[in-house]
Every structure is written in structure tokens, then in C-alpha cells.
Write a protein that binds this ligand. Sequence first.
Ligand code: ATP
Ligand code: FE2
Length: 329
Amino acid sequence: MVLICLGLEGTAHSFGAGIVTDDGKVLSNEWDMLKPTHGGIHPREASRHHSDLGPSIIHNALEKAGINYNDINLIAFSRGPGLGPCLRTTATMARTLSLKLDVPLVDVNHCVAHIEIGCLESSFEDPVTVYVSGGNSQVIAYAGGRFRTFGETLDIAIGNMLDVLGRELGMGFPAGPIVEKIAKQGSNYHSLPYSVKGMDLSYSGMLTAAKKLFSEGISIPDICFSVQETAFGMIAEIAERAIAHTKKQELLLTGGVARNNRLTEILEGVSERHGVQFHRVSPSLAGDQGAMIAWNGILQFKAGRTIEISDSQVLPKWRTDEQDILWRA
Ligand code: ATP
Ligand code: FE2
């Protein structure tokens, strides 16, 4: 008998419901994103978005998968890291469904889910992972029972840097894809802070410097081009060092910023130089969505882990390396 898991994702401004079977088939993956009209994401507005739209997104996911509530064997939810109000709203929906359907509940670390959905898609067994999104920029590898963070941003995440810069330059949200498109028209490189500290990165200086270039009249295409080349070069450097250090044979690119073709090209170059396999998670599974939560729920359930509702309080600061990865042990 196949096992069917419904995964709910709601760590930030997106709410997603994904349905995945234990043989790794994604039956459906529905989501919706709250786009801020001005400024950044407001946690309370995002959580209201999730409570307003969540039930219909779940309904659509069931319909697309061609199943009923009673066919679900397992409920998984993103327990953290993320924005408290958004996490709590999502967890409440997951607990309610688990009780009502009388099926087990599994808590999922959002960052770990981004890695494992990439491994499912690529059949990679043990990659160095570059996980880049609006809230995270990390180079991760499995060692000693956990996903260890080999390097990460010391201040803002790369996606957030692109989004804030885009806002300053008058682009819509999210700005990452717009920056990518406009960067293709740029060709003059303007120097920006290349800030790699050991295995860690820093992007806040680059953001300030890029805004300064704008105030000095440098063209937007040239700014976008320069930002991409510098920011992605920094990631490539630490990814390369992580490969050399761990001697792993696979390089995985995941998270919302994995949709970027230029970053993909640069990391492909890294993997060729080191003779390792490369996979970029496909656009529909790269960003925040429920299928990755459902798949991680299945991995954990099969390794014997479920959670009682009374223990399922959310963990807004749950780090990637704070979970024992039972299914890889
Ligand atoms: P997390 O909670 O994992 O940090 P998130 O809430 O930021 O995730 P994601 O969907 O994983 O959500 O990532 C969204 C980010 O990806 C945004 O910052 C967006 O600008 C960026 N992004 C999307 N497409 C591209 C692209 N083509 N190039 C660069 N950045 C992109
Ligand atoms: Fe994410």
C-alpha cells in the first residue's frame, strides 16, 4: 500500500500544500504568495493570508491529486525556521487535520526539506548543497548524523539583498527574477565589496555599495550585472571549498534563488572543475512549497519519527544543524 502525505508549508509569505507518496511521486503542489504592496513582509499580514487561503489551497491540492481527505495517511508541517505568526497558523491547520483525520503528525525543518526534495529529484545520495533563498544563504553537507552548515551569510540572505535592492531600483516583488533579466543587458562591471570571511559571506555591504552606484548614475543593467557576478562568485568560492574539504561527489543547488540561470551556470563550472555531479532543483520545487514538506514528512515517518500535538510548538529559530537526520543514519 502506498503512503500518502499532505505537507503544509507556511514559514514566511507563501502558503503551500503538497501531496507526495512514499515512492517519491509529487501528486500535487499548490501554493500562493502574499506580495507586499510596499516595504517588506509583515508577519501578521502573511499569517492572515495563510489562514484565509490555506483551506482552499489544501482543497485544491487534494483535488489535483485526485484524492479525498480520507486517503491521507500522514500530515507534515513546516515547524521552523520562520516567522512566528506564520508558523503558528500553519501548525494549527496541521494539528487540526491530524486530529480530525486521526493520522500521525510530523514536524519538518524547512531548510532540511529544501535539501531533501533536491535529493529526491536528482537521486543524489550525499551532496554538498548550496541553499539560497530570501531568508537563507548556506552551504551545507551531511556529516556525523546532521546537516552541517559549512558556510553561511553573516547578515542578510542573498535573495533578500536582491529584493531590497530591486525595491530601491523601482522593481516589483520578488525582484530576484527581474534583476536576473535586466543583468543580461549589462556588461560593464563595477566593483562591489567581495565579502567572503573564511567560509562565511556578507551581503549587506554590497547592498549599500550597489545603492551608491545607483545614486552616482550607473545604469541599472550594469548594477544588476555587477551584483550578480559578485554575489554569485562569493557563493561559488565557498561551495568550491566545501567540495574540496568534504570530498563529496555531488553539488546540489536549491532554494528560491536556484531559479537563477546565471548562478546555475557558475556552479556548473565549479562542478566541472572538480569532476562532481551537479543538479539544480527545478523551478517548481526550488522555492517554498508543500511537496518538500510532505516528502520530508515521509522520510521521517519511515525512520520512526512522529510528534505529539502537545510537543509540537513551533521553532522560529530552528537551525539546519539542530536536527538529527534519522533517515540518513
Ligand atoms: P526561505 O524561508 O527558505 O528563506 P523564502 O521565503 O525566501 O525561503 P523562496 O521561494 O525559497 O522563499 O525564495 C524566494 C527568493 O528567491 C526571493 O528572494 C526571490 O527574489 C528569489 N528568486 C526567485 N527567482 C529568482 C531568480 N531567477 N534569480 C534570483 N533570485 C530569485
Ligand atoms: Fe524556503
